[in-house]
Design a protein. Structure first.
Length: 350
């Protein structure tokens, strides 16, 4: 990030002079999230910046000015000698196009329910992290502010869907373990640990990054200090009883954090018996019921109706956001494929 800031201020901005523009480093890349290190330098690494021209403005003056870039900056090649010119290190675009290319909509005009639900948290993270280097008129700042966090009822819906995922598999750790299926219990424990971390990001109002940086970002959450030891204990425990106990402790921590949000009626987060079986769980589905019952937004309530969620019961299907419903990289990283998933999430066809 420091390299790219220096690149803009020392090499790019002087060439642009009085040409109207904004500048930032947003979007894809570990350096945008602040997680790059020495290993990151072995590919797709170097000085780069996005230049944002006003909509309808001629990009010619900017591209002509960029012909004056040197072949390298601080020892890194700028890839400016090829037929593509300097586009490898400087992307010239508009704020409208840059955000719409990643979201399917310009957030300056507002985000609809489908726009929130069909966008993975990683995409939101990539657009709200990074650095804005020059922003006359606050055009970039306004769009980033619009993506700061979900509207409250969309937030309730995402939390409800996350808790439903816990309820669907929590008891299976004990069921698999009691039958001697140690690998099955371990796989289920890992799945539940991931879902509890996702709920922690939601409880902390932080966009979760993709898998490579998932724990790295999680450790920066205040909740991680209490939650992470339980999850590590659950994953390391050799016996299913120990996994079950650690998962219950972890779910209790996340349940207490959910209650502190005051988005819905509080729920008892303490472990209980699963029916008459010798299995312990946290009653995750009750969180789902409480959260969906608190939703009042007409569009979100209509979605719940299409999904078969009955008022005050929480019963029905809750696929949640696109990255709660699916974890295929080939799906989540392509806007058109995500938008095509609208019916599967209970949304009108995009």
């Amino acid at each position: 990030m420091r390299l790219c800031q220096d690149f803009y201020r020392q090499a790019v901005a002087p060439l642009l002079g009085s040409v109207e523009h904004g500048a930032a480093l947003l979007g894809e890349g570990s350096e945008v999230l602040g997680f790059d290190d020495e290993v990151s330098t072995d590919h797709d690494f170097g000085p780069r910046v996005q230049i944002f021209r006003p909509r309808g403005a001629d990009p010619g003056p900017v591209r002509a000015a960029l012909d004056g870039l040197p072949a390298e900056f601080q020892g890194y090649p700028l890839h400016a000698a090829g037929a593509g010119g300097p586009v490898d290190c400087v992307q010239v675009t508009t704020a409208e196009d840059f955000f719409a290319d990643r979201l399917g909509v310009d957030p300056a005009g507002g985000m609809g329910l489908a726009d929130w639900l069909l966008t993975p948290a990683q995409t939101f993270a990539s657009l709200t992290a990074g650095a804005v280097l020059h922003d006359p008129g606050d055009r970039l700042a306004a769009r980033r502010a619009a993506l700061a966090w979900y509207p409250d009822d969309v937030w309730r819906y995402a939390l409800a869907a996350g808790w439903l995922r816990i309820s669907q598999e929590h008891a299976f750790v004990g069921r698999a373990g009691s039958r001697g299926d140690d690998l099955g219990a371990a796989i289920l424990t890992a799945r539940l640990a991931r879902d509890l971390v996702r709920l922690a990001f939601l409880a902390e109002r932080r966009w979760a990054p993709y898998g490579k940086w998932f724990d790295h970002a999680f450790r920066q959450l205040p909740l991680a200090e209490t939650l992470r030891p339980h999850l590590l204990r659950a994953l390391a425990a050799p016996a299913w009883r120990e996994k079950e106990a650690a998962l219950c402790d972890a779910a209790t921590v996340v349940g207490e954090a959910t209650n502190r949000l005051a988005l819905a009626a509080p729920v008892d987060p303490q472990p209980r018996r699963f029916y008459d079986r010798d299995i312990r769980i946290v009653d995750a589905e009750t969180f789902t019921t409480s959260l969906t019952s608190a939703i009042t937004d007409p569009e979100v309530r209509a979605l719940l109706g299409r999904l078969g969620v009955r008022s005050n019961t929480g019963a029905g299907m809750l696929p949640g956001t696109i990255d709660q419903a699916a974890d295929s990289t080939d799906l989540l990283s392509h806007l058109d494929r995500r938008r095509a998933m609208a019916p599967a999430l209970g949304l009108p066809t995009q």
